[in-house]
Design a protein around this ligand. Structure first.
Ligand code: ATP
Ligand code: MG
Length: 283
């Protein structure tokens, strides 16, 4: 049995649960319980605030966790980062009032910077030999300059819209983040096995979500050309059709090449083209 810590509510909650569902681990949402055992897998989910997830995993109260890389870095907890999960993407940036002249990081010497990420900021300032004061505030960091609390801010940015509406300009992208799967450093062999199964399923899911299954009828005369258009995992499947001179061709293509392939196949006479979403690809 493995325990996975997930954010109770907030930006990572929905996608963390969607990830669990996509790898066929069925758990109840946080609305019902703070601890929910999967019906069909040796795992249970513990719902927590994201701030607490790195700590709970490093201490071993939970063996795994899904959390932003920014929180892992800020908390300084010793955990293993086992997978980047491709959602919750954001960056932590330095931003200054948009009218200020900015020519480089020296700008921050002698300035006060408001942030909820003092550890990551402190590291950056040290690396760049900047002597600035860090003012820790936990919410609405972006209003700090206008409120006279600080000269500049260091905060999470995703689209940049919040900065603009507060009269700020992003000047240094310091830390790139996304949701990650973290693990306790001392997993037992059974726990490691469950983790490997989870990673295997995540990888299958990732591969299949980037691909489409394509079926079509094609004149036998065009088959050779079709095979050059469609490199499949091994080779496309060709099956005879009752209609004289035709066959059925099945293949897997990269989702982002789909429409280009369809166009080429239609041009050589393919008909009845079906495109199916793949549930899983087991490599
Ligand atoms: P909690 O109540 O669990 O402490 P929170 O308010 O601290 O939640 P959220 O705002 O839900 O946190 O953000 C969770 C994570 O989502 C962040 O730590 C970050 O990794 C990621 N994230 C992605 N985009 C953004 C964004 N635009 N603003 C804030 N966080 C973002
Ligand atoms: Mg939080």
């Amino acid at each position: 049995m493995i325990r996975i810590a997930i954010q109770t509510k907030g930006r990572l909650n929905e996608e963390s649960l969607a990830l669990m569902k996509s790898i066929d681990i069925d758990v109840e949402s946080a609305k019902r319980k703070f601890l929910s055992k999967a019906a069909n897998f040796p795992a249970e989910v513990l719902y927590l605030r994201d701030d607490d997830i790195p700590q709970v995993v490093s201490s071993g109260t939970a063996q795994l966790g899904i959390v932003g890389l920014n929180e892992v870095e800020e908390r300084g907890c010793d955990v293993e980062i086992v997978a980047r999960l491709g959602f919750g993407g954001c960056r932590i940036s330095l931003a200054v009032p948009k009218g200020d002249k900015y020519e480089g990081v020296e700008y921050f010497n002698g300035k006060t910077i408001a942030t909820s990420y003092p550890v990551i900021l402190g590291k950056f300032l040290k690396e760049n030999n900047i002597d600035a004061k860090i003012e820790v505030i936990t919410g609405s960091v972006e209003i700090a300059p206008a409120a006279g609390i600080a000269d500049a801010i260091f905060d999470i940015v995703s689209s940049g819209g919040t900065l603009v509406s507060n009269g700020l300009r992003e000047v240094e992208r310091v830390f790139e983040s996304e949701a990650v799967l973290i693990a306790n450093r001392n997993l037992g062999s059974e726990e490691r096995e469950v983790l490997d199964e989870i990673l295997f399923r995540i990888e299958s899911e990732r591969v299949s979500s980037r691909k489409k299954y394509l079926l079509m009828n094609i004149p036998k005369d065009s088959l050779d050309e079709a095979l050059t258009i469609l490199p499949a995992m091994r080779s496309p499947t060709v099956m005879p059709l009752a209609a004289e001179g035709w066959c059925s061709l099945h293949s897997v293509v990269e989702a982002d090449e789909l429409w280009n392939k369809v166009k080429q196949l239609k041009a050589i006479g393919a008909e009845g083209i079906l495109v199916l979403t793949l549930d899983k690809i087991i490599l």
